[in-house]
Design a protein around this ligand. Structure first.
Ligand code: PMP
Ligand code: GLN
Length: 419
């Protein structure tokens, strides 16, 4: 159920407490001697960094932080290399290279039926993370409220707070992680400005139904709320699903900030090339925030992404079916070791339900044992909640080759016996 929190300071406390309790690395937890911004001085290290560091320290297989172990499409990488050697290496225009903005508009026209004017509606950012920050800074004034559906990607809460906003959390629960009209209405106030909507949902690996999206769209339209739609996983959807953008729903063209990431579309997570698509009046203000966050993004990578977005449908189909096969392999392996696996409809992730697997321990305890004693890093889903976390679910990344997945299954079987 939704919880109301009266004061931002209370929410800050909750966020600080929730972000990495036992998973925190020692150096970051020491109180700083100098007077520095207290929010950042006390903010915990991201669970992704923490688990990747533990994986490296213990020589574990890293199914924690979400990145594929493949090299990424060679033709796209070759384009980037070519652009580094022979293309533009000076500042590109702040909103992005025209060729990439045109390619983004064409891509979303092709796959999602959107009609976007590349000059006024598309901004290139340094990853979706920067896009989320720019959108939040541009849309929130101090005291404004932002609805965050939890489990939520870890940057949403801190970004809202640093913009002076007050998060209003809605708690989604396994196994269905559903949004209801009642939960939305319960957190709505006259100060509600935005909702952070991540679809497909990391870490739950859910793709929302069109009915749920319609409920959210209707709520946005009735209350004048802008949906900041984190659609970075839009192409990684399985079992015949197709990427649907919130922006294509009735009434939402002017009330959606759509965020995408080339890192996910091309399995090149280190590239940090993101896109924002929004109505011109929203995009113009978000561009002002972007100009003083990073100003611009590496032009050679932008050129390669522009090329990649134009790839034929077969590329996207094959990418999806490759990940679906890995999902099925990890699911089958885990089931054979006695784990209860929740459905994965999209993303690089699947979730194990510890309680339903007969394991009577919390997600952090399981993850710490798994990485230290069994040699597999995973992510405790409680890290995606600022309050009242679900503590019985563990996220695993299946975007790995077969040998890695098989070895991880064997080790997780051992971790299960340790528990
Ligand atoms: N949002 C979500 C839901 C994500 O899962 C990620 C990273 N996987 C991001 C944003 C950040 O994307 P980027 O690496 O392009 O900044
Ligand atoms: N999005 C990635 C994940 O969910 C992590 C990104 C990061 O490390 N900041 O695993």
């Amino acid at each position: 159920m939704a919880r109301l929190r009266p004061a931002a300071s209370l929410v800050e406390g909750l966020l600080r407490r929730s972000m990495g309790r036992r998973l925190d690395l020692a150096p970051q937890t020491r109180a700083p001697r100098r007077r520095m911004n207290p929010f950042y001085a006390t903010l915990k290290t991201s669970v992704f960094s923490t688990m990747s560091a533990l994986a490296a320290e213990h020589g574990a297989i890293n199914l924690g932080q979400g990145f594929p172990d493949g090299a990424g499409p060679e033709d796209v990488r070759a384009r980037a290399a070519e652009a580094v050697l022979h293309g533009n290496n000076q500042y590109p225009p702040s909103p992005g290279l025209p060729e990439l903005r045109q390619a983004v508009a064409a891509h979303y026209g092709r796959f999602q039926g959107l009609e976007l004017d590349w000059k006024t509606q598309v901004i290139v950012t340094s990853g979706a993370t920067e896009a989320l920050a720019a959108a939040t800074l541009a849309l929130i004034s101090p005291g404004d409220e932002a609805v965050i559906l939890e489990p939520a990607y870890d940057s949403y809460g801190p970004q809202v707070l640093r913009a002076g906003g007050v998060p209003r959390f809605i708690r989604l629960e396994p196994p269905n992680w559903t949004i209801t009209r009642e939960a939305l209405e319960a957190v709505t106030t006259p100060r509600t400005r935005i909702v952070m909507f991540n679809n497909p949902l990391n870490p739950a690996a859910r793709v929302y139904t069109t009915q749920e999206m319609a409920v959210l769209a209707d709520w946005c339209v009735r209350h004048g709320v802008v949906a900041v739609c984190d659609e970075v996983w839009e192409h990684i959807v399985f079992d015949g699903r197709r990427p649907v953008s919130m922006m294509s729903l009735p009434g939402m063209a002017g009330s959606t900030v759509k965020i995408g990431s080339a890192g996910k579309i091309f399995s090149l997570t280190g590239w940090k090339v993101g896109f924002i698509c929004a109505a011109p009046e929203l995009a113009a203000v978000i561009q002002k925030a972007h100009q003083f966050l990073t100003f611009a993004t590496a032009p050679n990578l932008q050129a390669a992404v522009a090329y990649g977005l134009d790839k034929d449908d077969a590329y996207f189909e094959q990418m999806r079916s490759g990940f679906a096969r890995s999902r099925d392999r990890l699911t089958a392996g885990l089931k054979s070791e006695g784990f209860a696996v929740l459905p994965s409809e999209g993303t690089y992730f699947l979730n194990v339900d510890l309680a339903a697997s007969g394991l009577n321990l919390d997600d952090e305890t399981f993850c710490l044992r798994a990485v230290k004693e069994a040699g597999v890093a995973a992510i405790p889903v409680s890290a995606f909640y600022a309050e009242d976390p679900v503590r019985t679910v563990v996220r695993l990344c299946f975007a790995k080759n077969d040998d890695t997945l098989d070895a991880a299954v064997e080790r997780l079987g051992k971790a299960r016996k340790l528990a």
